[in-house]
Design a protein around this ligand. Structure first.
Ligand code: 1PR
Length: 591
């Protein structure tokens, strides 16, 4: 596995940079930084545009168009990690004065166009691009270049590239959103993609632009997900990518670096273990985090959700420091990192400043997606101040999370929805997915197996289980719980999964209390049941104890990802070993 090949900005004496990392997390690499400082692009403003383009003097400054609709912290962190400073666009003139402009579009298409139009930036942005000035659009920043989008539309876009942005078709069995690491087919000299080789990059989106004769000249790469869609475009100095370079590990950092410093030499091509060809199965490292009895925020790990040692002191098991471990897992090749604030259901997450700090530090050095969960719900604090679940989630996003995960609150919402069939729009799930998109909202399910003699003994979906229950029962249903498994609720995992998909969840993190920490393998019956029931991606969790458990879950179910905690924390199995095993077994993974 290729570790980050770039030194972090903390080693660079950048005047005015506020960047810092905790001393405990060292992710510096061996790559020379000299190339980062050799940027000397001369801009040639075209005739006829009324605002004079005056270049910013400092070559190490990149202009960022953040219109305030969501989390672009990851992009900021990646730019800073590469040793560049950021100038934020405040006015349309800042766009024209940019030496190089990055536009990381986030949120919904219509909302983004609305802001660009209201702030009078749409026209200036078009002029900047028509002048062939260095531009990199990311995700929605690519889609907005097209004529229009079907997302809550049709909605008119900037109209620079012919074509309409439409939704992926999930009827052909492909899960929407398209989340994960996929391969590119590079169709022309793309310059910024030169270092990619045949490696995966990270996508997360439900809408995509399609190739056509009219836009063929623009396309620099496509990606296949049931159909070939446009993964990147390039014309002259204009680049845009549908994937997220800031979340694509060292490959993504090299793409950004190529844009920021086009003259930079490639000093080291990463080894290619196998050519990337399709969406990879993800391997996720999970960190259950809580404050221990001494008041320190630690990574802990339970056995069937009991995180206390079996000693006289009965203390909370301490398996390490959250920032250190997350940084290590990133370097070890984790495709994602998840933090679950496991006591969030009883504490107020916004009062948990160390947890927010953990996210901030982690996002400065970890360039794969991160999810955070725990305590996302409406809340009134001791002073009577009301916080909506959206505010809680927003703070998590602002602190560096790419996705939030909702546990208990999603169970209550699903119960209500199953009873009434009415979407009130008021649940945390609905509110957060409406603002941040459903790809940013994971629902974490904590089910417990309840054995049955007869599947008709319960109103919830039951399955025949591989291993009969203690009294020879051949069936089980999976009862959902809340508050860290402490309370069983009148809803099954199957019913919950279907309800939360309807309510706007973009992904399901499927735990199993019976298997948690046992190391005997994932609950294949449960994972098959849920991954066959929904068309959003499912992450299998709980019970991994050996590399074979990962291949088993990928061969026997439709799960998109497998998550483990204990075996990684206790260094019993390395992420690299899991990946090598999967590769040998013929399963597509990111190396
Ligand atoms: O209900 O919205 O506040 O969210 C609370 C979150 O905290 C939920 O996602 C819930 O799963 C999690 N949680 C609550 N209590 C515990 C606990 O362990 N006492 N952790 C807990 C759940 C389960 C997995 C674990 C896997 C893999 N942890 O995420 O990491 O089972 O473990 P393994 O590989 O060692 O078997 P809310």
């Amino acid at each position: 596995m290729e570790a980050a090949t770039f030194a972090s900005a903390k080693q660079i004496p950048t005047a005015g940079s506020s960047y810092s990392t905790p001393s405990s997390l060292n992710v510096s690499g061996s790559h020379s930084l000299q190339c980062l400082w050799r940027i000397s692009r001369k801009l040639k403003p075209s005739k006829g545009f009324s605002i004079r383009a005056s270049s910013v003097d400092d070559d190490s400054v990149v202009t960022l168009l953040d219109y305030g609709a969501g989390n672009v912290r990851s992009v900021r962190n990646a730019i800073r990690f590469l040793g560049f400073d950021i100038k934020d666009v405040q006015t349309p003139e800042d766009i024209m004065n940019a030496k190089r402009l990055i536009f990381p579009g986030v949120g919904a298409f219509a909302a983004a166009m609305d802001v660009l139009n209201k702030k009078e930036m749409a026209e200036v942005l078009c002029a900047y691009i028509k002048q062939d000035r260095p531009f990199l659009g990311i995700c929605l920043g690519l889609q907005l270049l097209f004529e229009s989008s079907e997302e809550n539309g049709p909605v008119k876009g900037l109209g620079l590239i012919p074509g309409v942005v439409g939704r992926f078709d999930s009827s052909n069995g492909f899960r929407v959103p398209h989340i994960g690491w996929n391969a590119l087919q590079i169709t022309k000299d793309s310059q910024i993609l030169d270092d990619i080789g045949s490696r995966h990059v990270y996508f997360v989106h439900s809408y995509r632009a399609m190739p056509s004769d009219d836009n063929r000249d623009w396309i620099s790469s496509t990606c296949n997900y049931g159909e070939n869609f446009i993964a990147s475009v390039r014309r002259g100095n204009i680049h845009a990518v549908q994937f997220h370079p800031e979340k694509s590990g060292d490959v993504g950092l090299s793409i950004l670096r190529r844009f920021l410093d086009p003259k930079c030499e490639i000093t080291k091509k990463p080894p290619v273990h196998r050519k990337a060809s399709k969406l990879a199965k993800r391997v996720i490292a999970c960190l259950d985090v809580r404050t221990n009895d001494k008041g320190d925020l630690v990574v802990t790990k339970g056995d069937q959700y009991n995180v206390r040692e079996h000693t006289k002191e009965n203390e909370v098991r301490n398996l390490g420091k959250p920032v250190d471990l997350a940084g290590q897992y990133y370097l070890d090749g984790a495709d994602e990192v998840s933090f679950l604030n496991i006591t969030g259901f009883r504490d107020f997450p916004l009062g948990d400043l160390p947890m927010l700090q953990v996210l901030r530090y982690t996002s400065e050095n970890v360039f794969v997606p991160s999810t955070v969960g725990g305590g996302i719900r409406d809340f009134t604090d001791g002073t009577g101040r009301y916080y909506s679940s959206l505010e809680v989630a927003s703070e998590y996003f602002r602190s560096g999370a790419d996705k939030v995960s909702i546990g208990s609150d999603a169970v209550y919402a699903a119960e209500e929805y199953s009873k009434t069939g009415v979407k009130t729009g008021k649940s945390s799930l609905e509110q957060i997915s409406k603002v941040y998109g459903n790809q940013a909202v994971v629902v974490s399910i904590d089910p417990r197996r309840v054995y049955l003699k007869d599947p008709d003994d319960v109103e919830f979906k039951a399955v025949r289980v591989r291993n009969p229950g203690p009294n020879g029962e051949e069936y089980a249903w999976y009862q959902c719980t809340v508050n860290g498994g402490r309370e069983g609720r009148p809803i099954g995992a199957y019913e919950l999964a279907k309800a939360v998909e309807d309510l706007g969840a973009g992904e399901i993190l499927l735990n199993c209390i019976d298997c948690d920490g046992q190391g005997k393998g994932f609950d294949i019956d449960l994972i098959k049941l849920i991954s066959d029931a929904v068309s959003i991606p499912v992450i299998a969790s709980s019970g991994a104890g050996a590399v074979e458990h990962f291949s088993e879950v990928f061969f026997e179910t439709n799960t998109s990802a497998a998550l483990a905690a204990g075996i990684f924390h206790r260094k019993e199995v390395a992420i690299q070993s899991v990946k090598e095993h999967l590769l040998k077994a013929g399963i597509e993974i990111r190396m």
